[in-house]
Design a protein around this ligand. Structure first.
Ligand SMILES: [Zn+2]
Length: 214
C-alpha cells in the first residue's frame, strides 16, 4: 500500500471514530493530513460511515482540488492556511463536541484551571472570534488564535486541534473535550481556582520533558 493510500485509510478510520467517540455527530467535523502534494481532507456532505478511500479529497499546495470526485470539506480553507502557517503541523481535527462547543457559545476560552491544559502546548486553550463557516475570515481568526499551542475553541462553532500525526491530534481533541467537560462542571460549582503563570510554566516544561503526556 502506498503512503497516500495509508493516509486515506487512516482519515476514514478517524472520521468514523469522530462519530463513535461522540466528538461529532452526523456530518459535522472534518479531518486532514499533510502529504507531499499538499494535504488530504474529508469530503463535503458525505457521512462518515459511507466514506471510501477514493472519496478523500486531495488539496494541492496552491489550494486547488482539480479532478476530484467530491468537493473538500467546506472548512478546507483553515486547514490550508494552518498548514501554510505551521510547518510543524501534519494533521488537523475539527469537531463540534458538546462541552467545547458549549464553552465556545459563551465566548469562553479554557483557562489554566487544570495542569493538563498544558498538554496543548500552551497555558490556556484560546478561543477564535466568530466568523461564518467556510470563509477566509474564519480561517484568519483561527490561524491567528493558533499561534501558540495545538488547540483552540471557535466561538459559536466548535474546536480544533493540530499535531504531528492524526492519531496524536485525535487524542488531543479527546483530551480538550474532557477538559472542557471538567471546566463546565467546575463553573457550575462556583468560583474556579486558576493556576498561576509560574505553575503553568512548570507544567509546560514537564510535558516537554516527557515528550508527550503523563
Ligand atoms: Zn465546523
Amino acid at each position: 500500500m502506498t503512503h497516500d493510500a495509508q493516509l486515506r485509510e487512516e482519515l476514514i478510520e478517524y472520521s468514523q471514530r469522530l462519530g463513535s467517540s461522540g466528538l461529532s455527530v452526523g456530518k459535522s467535523g472534518n479531518l486532514s493530513v499533510r502529504n507531499t502534494q499538499g494535504f488530504l481532507i474529508t469530503p463535503s456532505g458525505l457521512g462518515y460511515d459511507e466514506l471510501q478511500p477514493a472519496d478523500i479529497v486531495q488539496v494541492d499546495h496552491d489550494g486547488r482540488t482539480a479532478n476530484q470526485p467530491h468537493a473538500p470539506s467546506s472548512e478546507w480553507r483553515f486547514h490550508y492556511d494552518i498548514y501554510c502557517a505551521r510547518s510543524d503541523v501534519h494533521a488537523i481535527v475539527h469537531a463540534h463536541p458538546t462541552y467545547s462547543t458549549a464553552l465556545a457559545c459563551t465566548g469562553r476560552a479554557i483557562p489554566a484551571f487544570h495542569y493538563m491544559v498544558a498538554v496543548t502546548g500552551a497555558a490556556e486553550i484560546p478561543i477564535a472570534p466568530y466568523a461564518l463557516f467556510g470563509t477566509q475570515a474564519l480561517s484568519d481568526a483561527v490561524v491567528s488564535t493558533l499561534q501558540n499551542g495545538n488547540a483552540c475553541l471557535m466561538q459559536n462553532h466548535g474546536m480544533l486541534t493540530v499535531g504531528a500525526t492524526l492519531s496524536s491530534t485525535f487524542a488531543l481533541a479527546q483530551e480538550v473535550e474532557e477538559l472542557a467537560k471538567q471546566y463546565c462542571e467546575a463553573l457550575k460549582l462556583g468560583e474556579v481556582k486558576l493556576l498561576s503563570d509560574q505553575q503553568m510554566a512548570e507544567a509546560l516544561e514537564k510535558f516537554k520533558g516527557y515528550g508527550q503526556r503523563v
